[in-house]
Design a protein around this ligand. Sequence first.
Ligand SMILES: C[S@@+](CC[C@H](N)C(=O)[O-])C[C@H]1O[C@@H](n2cnc3c(N)ncnc32)[C@H](O)[C@@H]1O
Length: 219
Amino acid sequence: MHATGSRNRLTEHQLDLYPGDTLFARLARTVCGVGVLPRKELHEAWEVARRVRRRFRGGRVVDLCCGHGLLAQVMLLLDETSTEALAVDLRLSGNHQRLSDALTATWPKLAGRVTFSQMRLQDVELRPDDVVVSAHACGGLTDDILTQAQSVGARVAVLPCCQALRQRGDLDGWLDGSLAVDVERAVALRAGGYQVWTQAIPAEISPKNRLLMGMRAGR
Ligand SMILES: C[S@@+](CC[C@H](N)C(=O)[O-])C[C@H]1O[C@@H](n2cnc3c(N)ncnc32)[C@H](O)[C@@H]1O
């Protein structure tokens, strides 16, 4: 009943789901100890971060629409050459701090490296060396993120959701509407001088599982 895509919160009752000494198992048990995160958020953050880190190393991590900010912190755990992360959300819940404190207690090397900022993503000043990530920035927020990253030539990875079907272009005779929107995004990113990677995280974690990654070509 408590599948990887479950919205139920992970608590100490789920510790047994994550035995062993792998980084992921330790991460999951830390999340269980805090008791605030839906199970799917843990698995999404992990699946996104490991795919992004295979392509994009180093840089400042910028997690936009960060929610609890787990993705930003997993990105740091998977690549110590990134010294800092900025996690941004218009409305931080308060639980982000409890989660961050718990992660830092498990991995003291995270201390002082993650900054949370409650602000509009549109007001964030990105830098060319940033790795911009975002899981489930609803609708047009994903487009704002892609545009902003492109404007400074930053690497970017988004897991879109709530696609606005008015953006599906002329491909929807062949493709499902939300897929057409994401294809248009990938094509636009490539046309903007980016090398593009399209991947998917396991659908059982989230049906909104398309991961779009891009890096300025020749970088
Ligand atoms: C669906 S949630 C995703 C949260 C998290 N990334 C996750 O995967 O669980 C979308 C988030 O976007 C935030 N948000 C909405 N508009 C925003 C804006 N203009 N700038 C920054 N964050 C925004 C919301 O507060 C919300 O936390």
